[in-house]
Design a protein around this ligand. Structure first.
Ligand code: URA
Length: 433
């Protein structure tokens, strides 16, 4: 087989066979296929697309390009959850204890963040003592005992995806639905998921800006799941403004705990109930979504989800007292309010600008080597649709750096205040299954 022939074949819009796709992925991972040939093939995929079977084959070839996690010693259906990324997204911290509390095993591998705020691992590490590293045996034991454990990514998972993503980034080939879908799904499958719930964000603060694109990506991932034997549901959710009221790390943990206590902002509560219900159905605990939704509401009201959170924190070495007393989480020394400069309604909050502001405060990494200030972040006092008067507090910035001018300016720019009250926003745009 010759790579040049496969590039030609795809360029002409023909379908690559499973053997041909394996040849490409194995060769590229091993280094026998050079970047320039892979770039040409990726560009051909961008123009010609891929058929359903090709995308499934590509996903499995990438999954098998490195280590895969074997979770077969864990009883039950392992349901993973993935978000395409958004500002203030602490949904994993909420849904993991919720579904674990009803018996779905949560064996989650999560990453650190690069950009506006930390990833799930960074957020959890803001809890004093919390350990995200443990042996595979300990991980499996914790899941079997408590139904929940979370570890940082380790090992050589999906090396083909790492290499291809870096190449796509510099060859203008990121925006291709089959390439994005196979990239995301291969990582989840390699981490041992039996079933997957995808939270596909759409809006100004999301990777997918338009609903049609989000639906196309979601449908492609659900199709991959069907073709490779991993039951998959995608929920398309709004990211036209940050999720919830807290953006950062420790403050996001606090807000997640609030939701587990039956409090917290409505958008976060509804999304957590929606995603956890789909996870519980895929986990085989409930017959349908409606039954699961009721059970998820109960699991919060009964305090069982909160108890599971405490157990989870304690099992991983963290100070579980933070659940009852969140003031034990890291607190920033300095706080600055950003005030409205006009009367009217908040009509938009640019999520990415809020994220960048949080990063400037120390809540996120600009480079992989940066340290995170867990106490840094932003608390939003006003969200889209809220009426404001000049001088009202829009948000408060928290940091251990006294100087916050750039972050204040970014946060101020993120808010749009207009005379006309905007239409009510929807939290969940569509569900694809
Ligand atoms: N996120 C991924 O993991 N992969 C892509 O290709 C795009 C976004």
């Amino acid at each position: 087989m010759r790579m040049v022939d496969l590039i030609h074949k795809k360029r002409e819009g023909h379908v690559l066979s499973s053997d041909e796709i394996n040849f490409v992925i194995e060769g590229y991972t091993a280094g026998s296929i050079p970047d320039y040939q892979m770039s040409a093939l990726l560009m051909a995929v961008c123009f010609q697309g891929m058929q359903e079977q090709e995308v499934a084959d590509l996903t499995m070839a990438m999954t098998n390009s490195g280590d895969t996690i074997d979770l077969s010693d864990i009883n039950g259906t392992k349901v993973d959850k993935h978000s395409t990324g958004g500002v203030g997204d602490k949904i994993s911290l909420i849904v993991a204890p919720m579904v674990a509390a009803v018996g779905v095993p949560v064996a989650k591998m999560s990453g650190r963040g690069l950009g506006h705020t930390g990833g799930t691992v960074d957020k959890l590490e803001s809890i004093p003592g919390f350990q995200i590293e443990m042996s595979k045996e300990q991980f499996i034991e914790n899941v079997n005992q408590y139904k929940i454990a979370l570890v940082g990514q380790s090992g050589n998972l999906t090396p083909a995806d790492k290499k291809m993503y870096a190449l796509r980034d510099v060859t203008a080939t990121v925006e291709s639905i089959p390439l994005i879908a196979s990239s995301i799904m291969s990582k989840k499958i390699a981490s041992g998921a039996d079933a997957i719930v995808l939270d596909v964000k759409v809006g100004k603060g999301a990777f997918m800006k338009h609903i049609e694109d989000a639906k196309a990506l979601a449908s492609e991932m659900v199709r991959i799941g069907k073709n490779v034997g991993r039951n998959t549901v995608a929920v398309i959710t709004d990211m036209n403004q940050p999720l919830g009221l807290e953006v950062g790390n420790a403050n996001e943990v606090e807000e997640a705990i609030d939701v587990l206590k039956g409090k917290g902002p409505e958008d976060l509560r509804i999304l957590a109930l929606t995603i956890s219900s789909h996870m519980a159905v895929l986990g085989g605990i409930y017959a349908n979504y409606e039954e699961a939704y009721e059970a998820m509401e109960d699991i919060i009201h009964s305090g069982k989800a909160l108890d599971t959170m405490k157990q989870f924190v304690e099992a991983q070495g963290g100070n579980a007292a933070i659940v009852d007393d969140t003031s034990l989480l890291p607190q920033a020394k300095y706080h600055q309010e950003v005030k409205a400069e006009a009367d009217g309604y908040v009509t938009a909050i640019h999520a990415e600008e809020i994220g960048l502001s949080a990063m400037l405060l120390g809540a996120g990494r600009q480079t992989k080597e940066d340290n995170i200030d867990y106490a840094a972040g932003i608390t939003l006092h006003k969200k889209v649709g809220d009426a404001v008067k000049r001088g009202d507090s829009l948000c408060v910035l928290h940091s251990n750096q006294e100087q916050m001018v750039d972050a204040i300016n970014k946060a101020k720019q993120a808010y749009t205040i207009e005379e006309q009250q905007p239409e009510v926003t929807t939290y969940v745009h569509a569900v694809i299954q």
